[in-house]
Write a protein that binds this ligand. Structure first.
Ligand SMILES: [Zn+2]
Length: 283
């Protein structure tokens, strides 16, 4: 009886440990139907966006939707856009890791803030190259801590961001090939900030690249909703600390928000008296 109990317990432990490991083992594509098979013998339909299908350069118009050339992000990051798994097809297309070197900071939380890319050591005069074929969507100063940056939209459905550049060597709307020069760096910053994005949401570049070797992890890579889970916990709120002489109208105008929004977020009225030092949430 005791042996039997031990046997049953062992079986349960094995079954549980297998159940927890769920990795994709194959993907079946039949026309528009795409199914991922998992190691635990479950399966899932996946949403493969037109731009992520394996297609030849120029057969996908990557400028057809949200082609915004004036800002780094074509649309605000939004977790809601990540609910379906996307398979990114690299196939036999050319690729090039933008800058081979030491990774000095990885994707993830850093000093209480989310770091949405990887930082790669950059020396004076280093050339940064495009990761895949695509069209340059944005170049210029970002008004953020990213300095000079370039965004390229690729035919495989991704966007890549190259930031902290000294010189930008490509132009908006320019067709660019994998390995082609994007910019020069190494003086304004000692590292390249590199991001990979799907539907304007950043995911860890190390999901697709082995950053040590610069080689793609696989030629078809599923990006899951769980790869964006960090977005649920990132606090994008913005605050203002009331100073002497501040009025709701002046604060609202300065930060490009409405008075109503400030009132709603802070549970105050337009007529409320603001006390100096009070922390008001703006967004
Ligand atoms: Zn960075």
């Amino acid at each position: 009886m005791k042996r039997m109990t031990i046997f049953v317990a062992l079986c349960l432990v094995c079954a549980l440990s297998f159940a927890q490991v769920k990795t994709p083992v194959d993907t079946i594509s039949r026309g528009n139907l795409n199914v991922i098979l998992y190691s635990d013998k479950t399966w899932q339909y996946v949403d493969i966006q037109p731009a992520t299908k394996s297609v030849k350069t120029d057969t996908v118009d990557v400028t057809a939707q949200n082609w915004v050339t004036t800002s780094l992000s074509a649309q605000k990051p939004d977790y809601a856009r990540t609910k379906d798994t996307c398979i990114v097809n690299f196939g036999t297309d050319a690729y090039s890791f933008p800058l081979k070197g030491k990774v000095v900071s990885r994707f993830g939380m850093r000093s209480g803030k989310m770091h949405t890319g990887i930082d790669i050591e950059m020396k004076h005069g280093d050339s940064l190259v495009a990761a895949f074929d695509g069209i340059v969507r944005f170049v210029g100063w970002t008004n953020s801590n990213l300095g000079n940056a370039v965004v390229i939209r690729h035919y495989n459905g991704l966007e890549t961001v190259y930031a902290h550049l000294d010189e930008i060597k490509c132009k908006v709307n320019q067709k660019i090939n994998a390995g082609e020069l994007v910019g020069i760096g190494g003086t304004a910053a000692n590292h390249l900030h590199f991001e990979t994005r799907l539907k304007d949401n950043a995911f860890d570049p190390e999901l697709i690249f082995n950053v040590q070797t610069g080689v793609l992890v696989a030629d078809r890579i599923p990006i899951y909703a769980s790869n964006f889970d960090y977005m649920k916990f990132v606090d994008n709120s913005q605050y203002h600390v009331v100073k002497s002489g501040d009025t709701l109208y002046a604060i609202a105008r300065k930060h490009h928000v409405s008075v109503k929004q400030i009132c709603d977020l802070n549970g105050i009225k337009e007529t409320s008296i603001l006390s100096v030092g009070k922390r008001l949430r703006l967004r």
